[in-house]
Unconditional design. Sequence first.
Length: 249
Amino acid sequence: MSTKATDRRAKIEAAAPKRGGANKIVVATVVAVLAVAAIVVGVIVADQGKKADLAAGGSSLPKNAAAMGAGLVANPSAPASAPTLDLWVDFQCPACAAFEKAFGDQLVGMTKANDVKLVVHVLSFLDKNLGNDSSNRAANAAFCAADQGRFLEFQQTVYQNQPEQEGTGYTDAELKQFAESSGVTGAGLSAWQTCYDARDHNQYVESVQTQSAKDGVNGTPTLKLNGTVMQLRGLTPQSFADQVKAATK
């Protein structure tokens, strides 16, 4: 193993919570994640037969997305030794918000330290079940924020402001406020607004949803570490760090 890989593992171990029992709040949160995820699984499977309307909106790729249907790479500078962590989410998914509450800061820290190569697949399947278009619009808004280098910040802000009542959704004004709160300001905010109003990335949003069905993703949040599904049941910040350490090349 290279010295850099060894150093990276040491950083992961140092950043991880000390052993001695999982935090009760974290455990309760993960239980909530699992309870909601069990419901979401059936929802996404039922929606797999949907044919995406790829003619709507623009066809440009957001920054750091390699192709239609591919996930967005949050940290393209990650070294080859870093394991790839794929994350599938829907911005209206309560289980995703619960996962963010329990592991979001840790995940962002790993990503910014290049301990993992984070690839995010933002889905929009809940629109059909909830009778709105908030997942699609929030995904478009997130990718417009990605163009401004603020994807991770936008993602965290959305979950911090997710309505308590599932299906309430997000207004256009709220999504703009999320962009501002994420650090998109000045000329960047004007560019974000132009991107969002034109739905520049809508074909990409729809293609990611379509590809998820082909990839066999049956619920959100779903995590795959180097292609292997990570089990949420019993996952703690320490075990999360341990699995990343074991997967580091």
